[in-house]
Design a binder for this molecule. Structure first.
Ligand SMILES: *[C@@H]1O[C@H](CO)[C@@H](O)[C@H](O)[C@H]1NC(C)=O
Length: 159
């Protein structure tokens, strides 16, 4: 048991160190958002992609911002403090944003539509789930079910 506790402590410690300043930020589809980065006059913004980071732009005080990623709609700009401004957010803008290789913001873009009925339906199905096999309740599935309960958001289902 103490091994588990120690592992948890170590994992927490390393995660806490690596992500010490990561900010959870939310945006709405079609809206704008500004991501802040503490910097000393230069900010290289990138976004977490499969297996690494994809550079977006490099901004430096007194110099022209260099775009590393095609930006035909001019969605990416920087503010005077080198915060990254993203306009007309799309769902695919969700992710981890890095500033000078440090993860600073975890952005979640939520869909514009407000289908609250989906949430009601989810809750209804959960409460009258008489068809759930009994074996699932007592066993190790409990943890999974708890996780799942925490993940029930009022969002549209995945396509
Ligand atoms: C916002 O982005 C969508 C596609 O993601 C595009 O169809 C729309 O024209 C954009 N709106 C503005 C104001 O740029």
């Amino acid at each position: 048991m103490w091994v588990l506790a120690l592992t948890a402590l170590l994992v927490y410690g390393s995660v806490h160190t690596a992500h010490s300043a990561i900010l959870i930020q939310r945006g709405t589809e079609g809206g704008d958002t500004a991501l802040y980065c503490k910097n000393d006059g230069k900010a290289i913004w990138s976004k977490g992609v499969d297996g690494g980071r994809g550079r977006i732009l490099t901004a430096q005080h007194g110099e022209v911002t260099i775009k590393h990623k095609p930006d035909p709609d001019h969605r990416y700009t920087v503010l005077s403090d080198l915060s990254l401004m993203i306009k007309n957010l799309s769902l695919s803008d969700s992710g981890i944003y890095y500033c000078n290789a440090v993860p600073v913001v975890s952005l979640t873009v939520t869909p514009l539509q407000t289908e609250t009925t989906l949430c009601d339906q989810t809750e209804d199905t959960d409460t009258e789930s008489g068809s759930t096999p009994e074996t699932e309740e007592g066993s190790a599935e409990t943890g999974n079910q708890q996780n799942r309960a925490e993940e029930v958001y009022c969002l549209a289902p995945h396509p």
